[in-house]
Design a protein around this ligand. Structure first.
Ligand code: SF4
Length: 323
């Protein structure tokens, strides 16, 4: 699809938007039938050495109240994910070198808990090729590293780093044989529609297996706290276009959609997403994890099961009625 067409469709509304979503759902059905992927996420640390202007976990906000889960906590939580019938264990955290050894240690233990049917997915920020190779050798299957924005200047102004380093890291992940995910934030201050169109194209050009889009959420205690949130329709149109341009991709309906509007995650599935992530972080750490601030929306098993059912998608959750 030409970039001009993508830019135009990003503004779709009314019947044109419904047609866009319908096309995205048709492509999802052709690739995946009516089966959705459910992931169980464990947030393992809120320490981060980066200083992204949109994120409450930025290093300028680090304090003594930060946490890192122990290996025992992570393994016990992975067992709860298994007991829920979920076979994708997703370890997520801020970017800190300490996670490499910790995660390399727990991955083989988590694998022992499952009967062969397991995907181990990581989202731990930029790491060196050697660190990524070590995690792969320890059993990691996938790694998510969102490019956030494809605009090098916007990237530098908001993340205080070079986009090229992130792209090099994505290339390392692909070369190491990871299933790789990337994605963008929609509605960043200073971001144009053309820039979002380039984000969509970059996701496809990189040859990644997963992609995502999340609306910008202004978080307290960040330089962007007073900015406007990303627009839900623009985010849903981005998601649908990601599906149309990259039909085989796994695309999550992220919790930030629900934060923007109740029913936002159902809208994401109806726009072509096929993944939902249930939060299994232990209660104390879940309450202090600072992404999007204290008022974030945490996806429970019950919410995920109900949302998938409303979207007409199948899942393998066993204990959705317990939450
Ligand atoms: S967005 Fe990620 S890398 Fe940036 S400060 Fe937050 S946790 Fe760290």
């Amino acid at each position: 699809m030409e970039i001009e067409k993508i830019i135009s469709l990003l503004g779709a509304s009314g019947d044109q938007q419904q047609e866009l979503f319908s096309q995205a759902r048709d492509l999802r059905r052709q690739q995946f039938g009516d089966q959705a992927v459910v992931r169980g996420v464990i947030e393992i640390t809120d320490s981060c050495r980066a200083n992204c202007d949109y994120c409450p976990m930025r290093c300028a906000n680090q304090s003594d109240s930060g946490f890192t889960l122990s290996a025992q906590q992570i393994i016990a939580t992975a067992a709860a994910i298994r007991d829920a019938g979920i076979t994708v264990v997703f370890l997520q955290g801020g970017e800190t070198p300490e996670t490499t050894d910790l995660v390399a240690k727990v991955l083989p233990e988590i694998r022992k808990l499952f009967d062969g049917d397991l995907q181990l997915l990581l989202c731990l920020g930029e790491k060196s090729r050697d660190e990524l190779a070590c995690l792969k050798a320890s059993g990691a299957d996938g790694y998510i590293l969102k490019h956030e924005t494809s605009d090098p200047e916007l990237f530098r102004s908001l993340r205080h780093r070079d986009l090229q380093d992130r792209l090099d890291c994505l290339k390392n992940l692909l070369a190491l044989g990871y299933q790789v995910g990337t994605g963008n934030i929609v509605g960043l201050p200073g971001q144009s529609r053309e820039s979002i169109a380039n984000d969509i194209l970059l996701s496809a050009q990189l040859g990644t297996h997963m992609t995502s889009c999340a609306p910008f959420i202004p978080a307290p205690a960040t330089p962007l706290a007073d900015q406007q949130a990303g627009d839900l329709d623009l985010t849903l149109n981005t998601l649908a276009l990601m599906r149309i341009i990259n039909p085989k991709a796994l695309i999550p309906t992220v919790s930030a959609l629900e934060k923007l509007r109740p029913g936002g995650q159902l809208a994401g599935l109806n726009a072509g997403a096929n993944v939902i992530t249930v939060n299994f972080t232990p209660a104390r750490e879940k309450s202090v994890y600072r992404i999007y601030g204290a008022e974030r929306f945490c996806v429970s098993l019950g919410h995920a099961a109900a949302t998938l059912q409303q979207a007409g998608l199948q899942h393998a959750l066993r204990k959705a009625d317990h939450v």
